[in-house]
Ligand binder design. Sequence first.
Ligand code: HEM
Length: 473
Amino acid sequence: MATFIYSLLPSFFFIIILIYIIFYKPKQDTKLPSGQMGLPWIGETILFYRAQRKNQLFVNFFQPRIKKHGKIFKTKLMGSPTVVVNGAAANKFFMSNEFKLVVSSWPTSSVEMMGKNSIMEKQGDAHHCLRGIIASMLGPTGMQMMMPKTCISIQKHLQKNWENNEEISLHRSTKRLTFTIVLECLFGIGIEQETMIGIFECVLEGVLAAPINLPWTKFSRAKKARADIEKVLVDEVRRKQEAMESGKDEENGMLLSNLVAALIRGEITEAEVVDNVVLLVFAAHDTTSYAISMTFKMLANHPDCYSVLLKEHEEIARAKRPGETLNLEDVKKMEYTWQVARETMRLCPPIFGSFRKATTDIEFEGFIIPKGWKVLWTTYGTHYDEEYFPDPMSFNPSRFADLVQAYAFIPFGGGPRLCAGYQLAKLIILVFMHYVVTRYDWSLVYPDEPIVMDPLPFPSKGMPIKISPKSDN
Ligand code: HEM
């Protein structure tokens, strides 16, 4: 009997080992990224805000943590445990897994100001539907229509605000200009600009303010301004709807017509139309104007680059008849200018990054990001990494003459939430550069003007520049 049992032992062990191999799941080597969670509840928010206000987010906040903990690190910001991710692989993973593993996640005040029905709050099919309508005017066909309007708008703006002036605030000027281009040329909304721009700016101030609704707070002022805008826009939308339903719409083909057409078809609501007008004005306003201002600053500090850029525009201008406006073919020729603008946005990105929320436990590069945690991708962490951009702190536009690794240059984000207005921003920047550099000599009043952030970056003195019309104009 004993011999029989002994003879079975090898088979017994063999079966045990087999069961072990089949059913054993090695304990996954996943862990939270390293990093510090800071103080209870507020975490490292104060350090983050302090660095942000001085426009030192990279040097004072991201860089020391990347050095200590690596490109993926944890922290706690605005009450939420957060994993900060940097590098092309992380950008690709988190941006392209929008709706699958993460969803965009904005602070309460931003949602209140932009509206719960704006595209940034939409997920999945609802996002896809709205994105389709908005993209109808912001893709290649839209750009064909926007091109002449943008040229006229920029020339009118320069005539009205630059002519007979020796000094202007470049940043204020470009903010006003993008506001006009988005409202008038893109949407076809001709409401009174001067009052509206002030009200919009008041709303923008509340976008990242603490959501405390007391009479003296920024948030409360912004909420009131938001209600004023809503009233004006609701009237506009209803007027447009009436005109379209009675076949009397004269401005057909503009983005407001496309949105109202979708409203009439029952695809979107009136609130969705209004909230997305507000969102697009906000999305275009401070970003494009900052990109333009910083491009001028970089050119002022790099006269060799300015000479190359100027030559590019003089050649384009020489090929035009007097009074002939630019076309998309001319814009294609502005290759070096676009390299300069991209290099500027690499070093001075208008958006420092964006928050997402994990909708499930996420495994990435051996780390686990628990469901409900925030994920923050940052432009700086990749743009300033020498793995993608050798000698990263130097201004070298020609680096964009070569193909840049996917997801390493991300001023416009990526994945399903890639900036919908990317092509319009490019058009405004290039056309504006053209008309300014071919018509004006200019110089910065304060070459070392500090940049501050609230919540987006801007030149602290509005970037005044001295201007004089070129003699051959
Ligand atoms: C230099 C100028 C601009 C920069 C740097 C910029 C940057 C960005 C970034 C980084 C995002 C993605 C945010 C995220 O992932 O959470 C974004 C989204 C967006 N941008 Fe821009 N933007 C610019 C100009 C514009 C303009 C001119 C418009 C339209 C008129 C626009 C409309 C939008 C919209 C609608 C979204 C949301 C897309 C979505 O959620 O599907 N942007 N932008």
